[in-house]
Design a protein around this ligand. Structure first.
Ligand SMILES: NC(=O)c1ccc[n+]([C@@H]2O[C@H](COP(=O)([O-])OP(=O)(O)OC[C@H]3O[C@@H](n4cnc5c(N)ncnc54)[C@H](O)[C@@H]3O)[C@@H](O)[C@H]2O)c1
Ligand SMILES: CC(C)[C@H](C(=O)O)[C@@H](O)C(=O)O
Ligand SMILES: [Mg+2]
Length: 359
């Protein structure tokens, strides 16, 4: 019998609990079909944790995550907490958990399902063959540098500092080279080396270690150009590696190649097999509570968990096949439906996927 894997589930706010419910159904179905065994434990996180415990990342939630084999996260945030001080913001909890768990590498695949080409705002022929991964540095850069306000000569000023050291750059870039080696062997390193000192250190580091990966074709792309090329020639990208904030922005842009941000899954990894899995999208306050959110990003995050943390490749493939089968059959949530009047809800989409999971 398979050993029991402990999964910490933190649903969060807005559509977080709605999409997590569908992912949990997928976990259950995988147990039935493949005989794997999961023990799930739930914890408060984000805005709901601020309301109930006075902090976005309660210590017991963090301990629960540390004592698990993997974490499944929904999304956090919402207008209710937008004017709170920094320590009482849901997003501070998200940055805190990534840092506390040492998750420096955020893997965000953007794969085009053929049948969804018409759901994208781009022309289908531009999207043809697009299958890329954004590897985003997740625990450094401007997100984590010192931030403060001060009185300047012209009144109040705000300061955000961006810091990267060589070791932080090297570990994420090496991981990206290794991922590229398992794929089409093309790596685009994205920076702003024409302006930023952190980017010049980034590029120097990439160039220093590139000879260790002679089979990988490397290109350096400035971030503004990359934002443009992603729309112009998306299929020419394979693996994109970049710093924290550029990766945040470029991965939302890459989402629209797939038709919707509701399709983009992610894995956050550190040195070992442990990982945190979450959709790239947020808590979507504009549609929360309506039962219309697309659960596919979260369901595909479960597939990533199976592949990258547990090595359950058969179950990962079964989930991905099930999603494809359901989409090929024409089922769509509102965000990816061309004819919105035929869109189905979150639960209906989850049920269809669950029913399509088989060996
Ligand atoms: N990882 C996270 O928890 C995370 C990520 C991004 C944003 N946020 C937070 O979420 C809140 C809202 O942020 P935002 O509006 O900028 O980004 P968002 O990703 O929540 O929503 C952007 C747009 O995409 C739509 N959308 C997102 N996910 C969808 C899904 N699964 N199905 C259908 N449509 C979907 C939303 O309805 C909205 O119109 C903010 O508080 C932000 O800080 C959290
Ligand atoms: C909510 C926010 C802090 C977060 C980030 O910027 O990393 C989100 O946008 C993401 O992409 O996971
Ligand atoms: Mg983001």
């Amino acid at each position: 019998m398979a050993d029991v894997k402990k999964i910490a589930v933190i649903a969060g706010d807005g559509i977080g609990p709605e999409v997590i419910a569908e992912a949990e159904k997928v976990l259950k179905k995988t147990e039935e079909v493949f005989g794997y065994r999961f023990e799930t434990e739930h914890g408060l996180f984000g805005g709901i944790a601020i309301d109930q415990k006075g902090t976005p990342l309660p210590q017991d939630t963090l301990d629960m995550c540390k004592n698990s084999d993997a974490v499944l996260l929904g999304a956090v945030g919402g207008p209710k907490w937008d004017n709170n001080p920094k320590e009482l913001r849901p997003e501070t909890g998200l940055l805190g958990i990534r840092k506390a768990l040492g998750l420096f590498s955020n893997i965000r695949p953007a794969v085009i399902f053929d049948c969804l080409k018409d759901a994208s705002t781009l022309k289908p022929e531009v999207l043809e063959g697009t299958d890329l991964i954004v590897v985003r540095e997740l625990t450094g850069g401007i997100y984590f540098g010192e931030k403060f306000r001060r009185e300047g000569a012209n009144g109040e000023e705000a300061v955000d500092t961006c810091v990267y050291n060589v070791q932080e750059v090297e570990r994420i870039v090496r991981q990206a080279f290794e991922i590229a080696q398992t794929r089409s062997k093309r790596l685009a390193s994205v920076d702003k080396a024409n302006v930023l000192e952190t980017s010049r250190l980034w590029r120097e580091t990439v160039n220093r270690i590139a000879p260790d990966y002679p089979d990988v074709e490397l290109e350096h792309v400035l971030v503004d150009n990359c934002a443009m090329q992603l729309l112009r020639r998306p299929s020419s990208f394979d693996v994109i590696v970049t710093e924290n904030m550029f990766g945040d922005i470029l991965s939302d842009e890459a989402a629209m190649l797939t038709g919707s941000i509701g399709m983009l899954s992610s894995a956050s990894l550190g040195e070992g097999a442990f990982g945190l899995y979450e959709p790239v999208h947020g808590s979507a306050p504009d549609i929360a509570g309506q039962g219309i959110a697309n659960p596919i990003a979260t369901v595909l995050s479960v597939a990533l968990m199976f592949r990258l943390t547990f090595g359950y490749h058969d179950a990962a493939e079964a989930i991905e096949r099930a999603v494809k089968e359901v989409l090929d059959a024409g089922h769509r949530t509102g965000d990816i439906a061309v004819d919105k009047s035929k869109a189905i809800g979150t639960t209906a989409m989850g049920d269809l996927i669950v029913n399509a999971i088989r060996k």
